[in-house]
Design a protein around this ligand. Structure first.
Ligand code: PMP
Length: 361
């Protein structure tokens, strides 16, 4: 069987050259006669790889020197707890902006540790738009303000980092990190589960401004104390070594493609083609999200006749187009088009959607 176009929301498709290199190095990495999975994370070979991957990530995102980068076990939901545990300090409240499923799940988890204040919620508009910063009601005592720059399920994305003066901004960038350049200096903490644009599941990235490292609660599990992991170069416990190594290959692949500005241009073209197809279908396909905040990475859509969904998915698969089913929380269909989805994959999907429309419309 040849490879298919995989529109999975995550764990998502990885770049083929990365998979090929990982395959080629699986039995013998760097002439060690072993794979990267079979060596100590404390030895020089792993440490060299770790340092190089961090340097590449720093270059890609232009991470300022006063930020630390952590490669931790777990994924995004682990950070839903670790953010309050590491950032509350003396405070007992945190601000949350709700723009869809994941920001609400993050808020509900934080509520276990502190009071959460909803600064604004897109729920009133069924998460089809992002509340304007002018109406956000921030708590002056909040330890931080958490938001989700890209809502993977609802397909709602911020075009820019919002301007807020109150508390440090914390961003769950699980489904948008590395999709385009980012002004890291405007954020206090960025975190992301790896399984979409970074690498295999099991790894979590945390990028944190140094002055925020001293706010951890003493009950924070030791392996999840950002400060301790920063001091130990993320090696305070055994990290997910293979996932980290693959992430390093992905960073090299992104650099070879010309960095994030070049990647963004491709991502914008891919998303535009899909939204044009949906909007131009005369209502056969529909995406309800305000065009100003449509996601570049996750394109949810529905069919005017939902009974056609199963046929759509079946026929898509027989055309080599996989994992287009929407998240169970909202139903419908969804095309996730992360960095590793080639433009040809989106072209194939668009051609299939037009064909399906003309047959069934
Ligand atoms: N946040 C966002 C924005 C996500 O897309 C996801 C996963 N789809 C999560 C959090 C949860 O990630 P994990 O399964 O790694 O905990």
């Amino acid at each position: 069987m040849s490879r298919v176009y995989n529109f999975s929301a995550g764990p998502a498709a990885l770049p083929e050259p990365v998979l090929e290199q990982a395959r080629d190095e699986l039995l013998d990495w760097k002439g060690l006669g072993r794979s990267v999975m079979e060596i100590s994370h404390r030895g020089p070979d792993f440490r060299d790889m770790a340092a190089e991957s961090e340097a590449d990530l720093r270059e890609l995102l232009a991470i300022p020197t006063n930020y630390r980068v952590l490669f931790l076990a777990g994924g995004a939901q682990v950070e839903f707890s670790m953010v309050p545990l590491n950032l509350l300090g003396e405070k007992n409240s945190a601000d949350y902006l709700i723009t869809g499923h994941w920001s609400e799940v993050a808020r509900a988890e934080a509520e276990r540790y502190c009071r959460t204040n909803i600064v604004a919620s897109g729920a009133e508009n069924d998460f089809t738009s992002i509340p304007d910063t002018a109406v956000w009601e921030c708590d002056p005592d909040a330890a931080y303000l958490h938001y989700t720059p890209n809502e993977t399920i609802h397909g709602v994305e911020f075009d820019k980092v919002p301007r807020v003066e109150s508390a440090p901004l914390v961003a769950d960038m699980t489904s948008s990190i590395l999709s385009r350049p980012l002004d890291v200096g405007r954020l206090g903490v960025i975190y992301a589960g790896a399984q979409k644009n970074v690498g295999p599941a099991g790894l979590g990235l945390v990028i944190i401004r140094e002055d925020l490292l001293d706010r951890g609660l003493s009950i924070t599990p030791k392996v999840f104390q950002y400060k301790r992991q920063a001091e130990a170069d993320s090696l305070a416990n055994t990290p997910p070594t293979f996932a980290w190594y693959v992430a390093g290959l992905v960073f090299k692949w992104l650099k070879e493609r010309g960095g994030l500005a070049a990647v963004e241009a491709v991502n914008r073209r891919k998303a535009a083609r899909l939204y044009e197809t949906i909007d131009g279908s005369g209502g056969f396909y529909r995406n309800p999200v305000d065009p100003d905040c449509r996601s570049l990475m996750n394109v949810p859509f529905t069919l005017a006749d939902p009974s056609l969904e199963e046929v759509f998915l079946r026929e898509a698969e027989s055309n080599g187009l996989y994992a287009l089913k929407g998240h169970p929380a909202v139903g419908g269909l969804r095309a996730s088009i992360y960095n590793a989805m080639p433009e040809a994959g989106v072209d194939a999907l668009v051609a299939f959607m037009k064909h399906f429309h003309s047959n069934k419309g």
